[in-house]
Design a protein around this ligand. Structure first.
Ligand SMILES: [Fe+2]
Length: 458
């Protein structure tokens, strides 16, 4: 059975393909269109795959589905993104993005119930002609996040924690995974979302919501949380967390206006870490499950993941390589096949090109090139000489991280690299570059390493 997974969402849409219980490939639209985190129907990436027997779709954020159902509202949503908004378009877009008070709080609320019959026609309408009559199954958003995390790692029994801004009216779930089943034992609704609040702060700091949260995490390293004399607007007790602040962007802007961007970033990061680790700790203690798998956009936050791993109650942590909504297409596939955990052996499951195809493109472009027999040795030599390398190798990584196959490489002993390389790449000056370390050399490179038992994915 060939299963095509689709995530058609506000950001980072994409597709994945499984054949029986084997993951064949997965890709997100941004990699083809070169528009970062592009949303909507994945009309380019769907062309990469041949005809499936069944289509598995992940649910997305509830309010926008109504906008998507009516073409004009859908357009309104995109016009606002391009800042071409008039007053009435802004209102419709607010509705589409859930900023008006009709926001749902539970997937089985009346909004959730209305959403389900609307997803299929919205998806079917955009499918290519040859797929129009294929059977479609729709799954809950956070269930797809949990499936991505559970079925792609190796352990049979784990605690799956999912967290994001909002998906199908929910922002946080706790799931007991065992015998190929995922059982949700707790959820936190969207209005108490840490991801949402982090997004509001992202916007108040002048960045783009749903896109630049990573910049806030980067900026946090340069600030001091205690300089911000505002009570963090969350209360966490009994494994739940409650938001006590405003959801309106202007209120958030006013609240932080006396503080520096760096300090506010440090404050929101610290608050997030405190509250989310407390929720995870509670459920680890309650269930006795010490092996954690994480998925959802909130777990793109590497500092938060590190602190979860450092909890004394936690033995191992696995983060699904495509933790954001872009990974939901594969999650939907995995729910359909319900294959044994452990079927993602590598994150390199994107498109690949053989030497002949690459050579043909080089010839066509007229670029100068040279073929090396031992390219790795050549790269190592160039790195040691302080050269910057753009590496294009094998299949593309799945997920937001550049893991060596589509990466820019540079030596790690130049402290000024952030200033000049970020400028060349048109990245924000404070964004860090992650180190790549040989597993065998890890103790030489890092202090106080806590060992994972089996997996090499921290
Ligand atoms: Fe999500």
């Amino acid at each position: 059975m060939r299963v095509l997974g689709i995530i058609d969402s506000q950001n980072d849409c994409g597709v994945a393909l499984m054949e029986d219980s084997k993951i064949v490939s997965a890709i997100n639209e941004e990699r083809i269109t070169r528009k970062k985190l592009v949303g909507g129907f994945p009309k380019e990436s769907i062309k990469v795959f041949t005809k499936p027997d069944i289509i598995a779709v992940s649910g997305f954020c509830t309010p926008p589905i109504f906008a998507r159902f009516f073409r004009n509202l859908q357009k309104a949503e995109y016009d606002v993104r391009k800042k071409k908004n008039t007053k009435w378009i802004k209102k419709l877009s607010d509705f589409a993005q859930g900023k008006l008070k009709i926001q749902t709080s539970k997937p089985n609320s009346w909004f959730g119930i209305l959403e389900k019959p609307l997803i299929k026609p919205v998806i079917r309408r955009d499918l290519p002609k040859n797929l129009k009559n294929t059977k479609i199954i729709v799954y809950d958003h956070h269930l797809c996040h949990a499936a991505g995390a559970y079925y792609t790692q190796e352990k049979d029994q784990v605690l799956a924690v999912t967290a994001d801004g909002c998906g199908d009216g929910v922002s946080f779930t706790i799931n007991v995974c065992k015998d190929r089943n995922i059982k949700r034992i707790h959820e936190i609704n969207a209005k108490n979302s840490h991801g949402w609040f982090y997004g509001l702060i992202t916007m108040a700091l002048g960045f783009q919501w749903h896109k630049h949260e990573g910049k806030v995490t980067g900026l946090a390293a340069r600030g001091t949380a205690s300089n911000v004399k505002i009570n963090f607007p969350f209360v966490t007790k009994n494994g739940s967390t409650y938001y006590k602040g405003s959801h309106m962007p202007n209120d958030i802007k006013k609240m932080i206006k006396h503080y520096s961007r760096e300090d506010v970033a440090a404050w929101v990061q610290k608050g997030l870490e405190n509250h989310v680790t407390r929720v995870v700790k509670y459920w680890v203690q309650k269930t006795g499950l010490r092996n954690i798998v994480l998925s959802g956009g909130l777990f793109a936050n590497v500092k938060l993941n590190e602190l979860i791993f450092e909890l004394p109650e936690v033995d191992t942590v696995y983060v699904f390589p495509h933790m954001g909504d872009g990974g939901l297409a594969l999650g939907a596939c995995l729910l359909t096949t319900r294959s044994k955990p452990g079927n993602l052996k590598t994150p390199y499951i994107g498109p690949s090109y053989n030497d002949d195809e690459i050579l043909a493109e080089l010839e066509k472009s007229g670029l100068k090139y040279k073929k090396y027999t031992n390219i790795e040795k050549t790269i190592a030599k160039l790195l040691s000489k302080g050269k910057v390398i753009a590496r294009f190798n094998g299949a593309m990584e799945y997920g937001p991280r550049a893991l060596g196959n589509r990466s820019i490489l540079y030596q790690t002993n130049d402290k000024t690299v952030n200033d000049w390389l970020n400028k060349k790449l048109e990245r924000t000056e404070f964004m860090p570059f992650p180190p790549a370390t040989l597993w065998e050399k890890r103790h030489k490179c890092y202090k106080n390493l806590k060992e994972q038992n089996t997996q090499q994915n921290t």
